[in-house]
Structure formats: structure tokens, C-alpha cells
Write a protein that binds this ligand. Structure first.
Ligand SMILES: Cc1ncc(COP(=O)(O)O)c(C=O)c1O
Length: 372
């Protein structure tokens, strides 16, 4: 752990850089907007904690009405459970002896469920759960268009569910049906088309299982780009958006117009400083690839007019100034909007919470680097 970039009470301009800062008011408005948007709908909210990796944020989400959190890795779940979070769905497959041992140990301390998409993994989980004397909750992950994990809907999912129901160490809970790429389709009609297909596959599989006497208590999925569609589908029982709490440059390119979804605000920024200014049009900041993920595009420059983040190398970011931009100066602090919030957060040990221009709190990103 590095020394902290700030102290409580510091002005924004005194925060050392690069640093990850959170606008507390925008963050709170995002949290409230999510809960308000599904208020009255028969849907539970289980935010994805892989976006923030921060138990303080998970506690706040649960206090605001979330039923628990999602994690993506066993070690990530462990960081949250050790910090006192009691209800976790690992929305992913956990394969391998060491990981399963960790999972089973956690399932003895907290309410924990995990996804499966293969009979061999189900058998391994079953054996470990029986040895520990517990029943582990499992959801079958369906492939509904993301071309990532997941078993084919319909017959293959039914066969796996039937096998799981015969396993005394497992408790079949239902289905995980998440369509990741659909979240980032730019227009609502494209997102609706993709989610309608995913929902139909999920509905058909749920009904097929029901015909064979297998009840899906939970049907989980959805992200920031589409969650209202799943929430209104009468198929999903839980939504699991993550990025909504922060937002990022990629999500800002979605068209939210007439989507019936709340328009979330940017609450997460990288604070950076100009460290070189060879001429007025070529400023270099101290945030490069190690301070911001670029998998979904370069960061955007917040606050300044006509200044663009041009390129990133390991420790440097080059800004280009357009004709309408004001003069920049050496040492100037600039806020960047990360291209993609999740992998950017994973680069930092702490979130510096800022309110009205001053540091109000520093929240450790305890699950940072929890990749196993
Ligand atoms: C399984 C699963 N659920 C939910 C999410 C949340 O998505 P978002 O951060 O876009 O809201 C993700 C993100 O990749 C995911 O993999």
C-alpha cells in the first residue's frame, strides 16, 4: 500500500496525483436513482461489486435496499465477506481445487451462491460441499448472446439442472442470464432487441425446467445499460448493475434518450497534474496506462473546453488543446473521466471522496487485485 494521496479536509488542488476521486453527491444521486427507478417493481437489486471493490460502497448499497452484492472471483468475495458483507452471489464459475476450497470456507461464514455451466464443475462443488457438511447454492449460467461463459439454454440447461438436483451438496437456486455486450449497444432499440432475445431464451428455459418439476427461485442478470428491461420482464428476479454508481466514458456514449432509465452522472474521476508543457498546445499529465484503463477508449477530459486526451503511455498522458481551449499551466490539476470504470478502479488502493471541493473521506479499495 502506498502513502495516501490525500488527507481528510484537503482541498481538491492539494490531492497528490494521479488519484482516484469520487464526487460524493453524484455518487449518492446515482445510488438513489437506481433504487427509485425499480421501486414498486417485483425485482431485487444486487449491485455488482466488481465495479467498486470497496466494502464501504457495498455497505451503502445494502443500506439503501440492495439484497446483497455480486462478485466475480472467489478472492473478491472473500474481501467483502471478511469486511462483513453477508450475502454474495459469485456471478461466475469457480473452477479448481484451491478456489473451491476457498469458496466452501466462505459458504460456512456467509450466504453465498455461485454459478455453474458444466457438470464436472458441479460434481467438484458437490464433493467439496458434502465434505464440509454444507449445501452450496448454485445458479446455472446460460449463454444468452454474450459468447462468454454459460451453458446452452433449453435441453442442455435442463440436463445440468436435473443432475444438480440429484447432488446432496448443492442447492439449485435458478439461472444466471447476463448479456454483457448488450449493455454497450448505443441505441435503446439495439439494447432492447438483444435483451428481448436473452429474456426469451431465459423464459423458455425456466418454463422447460418447471415442466420437469424444477423451480427457478432466482433469475439473475442485467447491467447498467439495460437493467430496466430485465426489471420489467417478469422473468428476472434480480438485477446486478455495477457501473451505474460511477459511470465512465464508454457508458456516456450510450443513448439514454427515451430509454425510461435514469441518466446516471459521472461520479468517478482520475485527478491528474500537468507535468510537462513544452508548448501551450502540448501538455503531458501524470496519468497514463497505469492510472487509467484504455480497453474501452481513452479517458475524457472533464471540466476543460476543447482539450482532448490524445495518447497514453505507461506513466504519461498527452493532452491536445483545440482552438477554443484556455491556456493550461504546469502543475495544473485536471479531472479525467476513465474510459472504463471497473479496470480503472482496480489500479488504485483508495477512493478519495470529495464533497464541495474538499476531501471528506478515504475509502480503501480492499478487493483491488483480487483476481483469483
Ligand atoms: C455477470 C455480470 N453482471 C453484471 C455486470 C455489471 O455490468 P455493468 O458494470 O455494466 O453494470 C457485469 C459486468 O461486466 C457482469 O459480468
Amino acid at each position: 500500500m502506498q502513502h495516501s494521496a490525500a488527507q481528510i479536509g484537503d482541498a481538491l488542488a492539494n490531492i497528490d496525483t494521479p488519484a482516484l476521486i469520487l464526487d460524493r453527491s453524484a455518487f449518492e444521486r446515482n445510488g438513489a436513482a437506481l433504487m427509485a427507478s425499480v421501486n414498486g417493481l417485483p425485482i431485487a437489486v444486487r449491485p455488482h461489486a466488481k465495479s467498486h471493490k470497496c466494502p464501504e460502497i457495498a455497505r451503502r448499497q445494502i443500506a439503501a435496499g440492495a439484497v446483497g452484492i455480486c462478485c466475480q472471483k472467489a478472492s473478491e468475495a472473500q474481501a467483502f465477506i471478511e469486511a462483513g458483507i453477508q450475502n454474495v452471489l459469485i456471478s461466475n464459475e469457480v473452477v479448481g481445487e484451491k478456489k473451491i476450497a476457498r469458496l466452501i470456507a466462505m459458504a460456512q461464514q456467509a450466504e453465498l451462491a455461485v454459478c455453474v455451466d458444466h457438470i464436472e464443475n458441479a460434481r467438484a462443488l458437490n464433493t467439496a460441499a458434502i465434505a464440509a457438511g454444507i449445501r452450496l447454492g448454485v445458479l446455472i449460467e446460460l449463454e444468452v448472446g454474450a459468447q462468454r461463459c454459460g451453458i446452452a439454454p433449453g435441453g442442455p440447461a435442463l440436463a445440468l439442472a436435473q443432475a444438480i438436483c440429484q447432488m446432496p451438496g448443492l442447492r439449485f437456486l435458478g439461472l444466471q442470464s447476463y448479456h454483457g455486450p448488450a449493455q454497450h449497444l448505443r441505441t435503446l432499440s439495439e439494447r432492447r432487441r438483444a435483451i428481448d432475445q436473452a429474456t426469451q431464451l431465459t423464459r423458455d428455459t425456466r418454463d422447460l425446467l418447471a415442466k420437469h418439476g424444477i423451480v427457478c427461485k432466482n433469475i439473475a442478470g442485467a447491467g447498467t445499460g439495460s437493467f430496466m428491461l430485465e426489471a420489467c420482464s417478469s422473468v428476472y428476479t434480480e438485477i446486478q448493475p455495477g457501473s451505474y454508481i460511477f459511470m465512465d466514458a464508454d457508458y456516456s456514449r450510450n443513448d439514454w434518450h427515451d430509454s425510461g432509465m435514469p441518466v446516471f452522472e459521472q461520479s468517478l474521476f482520475i485527478l491528474t497534474s500537468i507535468m510537462s508543457l513544452r508548448d501551450p498546445d502540448h501538455a503531458v499529465v501524470d496519468a497514463g496506462l497505469k492510472a487509467s484503463s484504455v480497453d474501452s477508449g481513452l479517458p475524457l477530459v472533464a471540466d476543460l473546453v476543447d482539450v482532448r486526451f490524445h495518447k497514453a503511455s505507461d506513466e504519461h498522458g498527452v493532452l491536445k488543446r483545440g482552438p477554443k481551449a484556455e491556456k493550461m499551466w504546469l502543475g495544473q490539476k485536471i479531472r479525467l473521466i476513465p474510459g472504463h470504470c471497473d479496470p480503472t478502479v482496480n489500479l488504485y488502493d483508495e477512493l478519495i471522496v470529495v464533497h464541495e471541493g474538499r476531501v471528506e473521506a478515504i475509502w480503501p479499495i480492499l478487493a483491488r487485485g483480487a483476481l483469483r
